[in-house]
Design a protein around this ligand. Sequence first.
Ligand code: NAI
Length: 744
Amino acid sequence: MASIQPTGAEALSIEKRDGGVVVLRMDVPGEPVNTLKASFAEDFARVFDELERDTSVKAIVLTSGKKSGFIAGADITMLQKAKTDREAAELSRAGQRALDRIAKLRAPVVAAIHGAALGGGLEVAMACHARIASDDPKTKLGLPEVQLGLLPGAGGTQRLPRLVPIQTALDMLLTGKQLDAKKAKKVGLVDEVVPEAILLEVAVQRAAALAEKSSGPRSAAPKGPKLEGAEKLQEAALTKTPLGRRFLFDQAKKQLLSKTRGNYPGPERILEVVEKGLEKGFEAGLEAEAVAFGELVVSPQAAQLMSIFFATNALKKDTGVDDPSVQPREVHKVGMLGAGLMGAGIAYVTANSAKIPVRLKDKDAEGVARGLSYVKNLVDQKVKRKRLTVREAGEQLSYVTGTTGYDGLRGAEVVVEAVFEDLALKHRVLMDVERECGPQAIFASNTSSIPIGEIAKASTHPETVIGMHYFSPVEKMPLLEIIVTPKTAPWVTATCVELGKKQGKTVIVVNDGVGFYTSRILGPMMNEAAFILAEGVKVEDIDDALMDFGFPVGPITLLDEVGIDVGEKVGHIMHAAFGDRMKPPAGFEKLLADKRFGRKNGRGFYLYGDKKKKGKKQVDATVYGVLGLSPGKQLPKDEIAQRCALQFVNEACLCYGEGILRSARDGDIGAIFGLGFPPFRGGPFRYVDTVGAKEIVRRLERFRDRLGNRFAPAPVLVEMAKTGKTFHGESTIAPGQHKVAAQG
Ligand code: NAI
């Protein structure tokens, strides 16, 4: 006979079953998912003490009382309360002690996992003596702490390498990668995968069987991954011999630094504490883990990465409009004009993530076929990687149908336009849509540079015209920048924000203007890179300096990727709109005359295809001849990076002052997710706050005196330098307060 009993800890309840098996359920009251709070460490210890004392308890199953998942992780806000590294290290030690208590229990504990077991949640599961997972796609196991600049601080860095092969453990710890149940079983992280319907019963049986086999005392550390034969020998060579460990960790560190360039202390500390544990033992590993955890929690990098996490979560709840009574309208069908690179990508995320039918139109059958095959390729890849079943793939493909006319577009609540970047063409298709789809259909343009207000001029009901600016490749890039004009109706904005979220995007809403926010702030940085190049600095030195600063690619590589022709066109648009401070350096037209368009035609600043030797990227040295340059000038890396980055940051501040942005938060997220601004710097506005507006103004003025007015500090920065106000924090200046001063 089962009986449910409270435990005194409000998140835990006990069900005693016949035969001495206890089912312990975790259900944090009032929360949609289970997250671990500091107070739970004591609750866990107390409940387990009681169970230990009760000799009728033979085995325990730990599971979730929530349908939403096992345990989604630790409550991050509690980390923000730690003022010093010692305080944070103490939190880690408390977590470690609580989980050691589970691991050392006389009665075996089996974790029954359905849904997310992430971060602290997986650490709890790893402290148990066996893990059974449901085969549901929602079941995910991982340690994502590294993404917040942290490491797992409740024994995760020590237990994972003792449950799975070391290479798998490092991969999971360093990337935060999540495994589904099947993969987790394959690497030895879970013992059995079963349908959700029988999960609890299987776990109860397993717990009873374990109790039969042995009853304590148990060690806090798992015994090591269950491997055989050659794999076992290889694992031992890598983890148990000093030479093997040196080789393994030297290699891992080299690979890591080539990616992070030393900007992220989190993964470096992970390597250090895993190595320590393998060398000196589990206890020493735990101590090193707590110390490193404490130091990371109070590091500036973690503070910035956590701020991104909170901003992203806040954006998930943001409707994009101020009036809470405005509701998004349901979208049952999306029309997609243009089946090129962007159109096909947008069609794919609409079918794959939003699961909404898309009618994809191009001007000819060839265009339609190209778009459809792009979508099919992406779906096929997902099937290959087992992310989709064949049935799901078929269903998603059936959502995307092609046409060369307007048949089948009627009834679409939203029509997204991604035809060529040509205002007259965009006007033409807008008028077609209004005629064919009626006045209620939203017309959303994916233009990268034309103001939405200009496009809306051809509309008879401009309140339904909006910008939905996606980034390439659409299926990978997380940002969607939505652009509203003064005429765009709030329900239109709310509907597009909701659609963007369903497509899996982080959505920011900005006000209309040339280049909106993202294209506009990228422009001056690209120009500055071109100026530095024109001064005779080598292509690779410029790219390298910006990658050291923390961008994923340098500006010259980016120009090759985007297309030199596209860059040139946008450069002229920006120059015309913003005057001399955005004037690109002369000479780029020579690249176009030489038919250098970048990667797309295999001719750019770098070598592509057959011309390129294997391995690292190589600059195409003939590009200097075309530009009439003889490279060799040495500029300190920091100066190159500062010149480019300050152009970017200053332009972001101008956008803020003009009211293009609704908040500094949106500006930070847009720059990081859309343009690769270094996440550990928290975005351009957090960068200003961290360095200090006064110092930023000083640097800009020094460059202005040497290099010209394009470095004139944004008025909002000047005001902040004087008043001590910041973008984030208690004393801020609202956006849109420097409209007049910013012009010209
Ligand atoms: P693309 O050249 O790959 O595709 C444009 C497609 O539009 C072509 O397939 C073309 O046949 C089709 N098209 C032309 N006239 C049409 C009409 N009357 N009806 C239906 N289809 C028509 O260009 P891409 O790169 O996809 O760019 C499309 C739009 O997205 C442009 O406005 C561009 O500025 C913008 N954009 C591009 C980004 C990029 O990285 N490529 C990023 C963000 C925006």
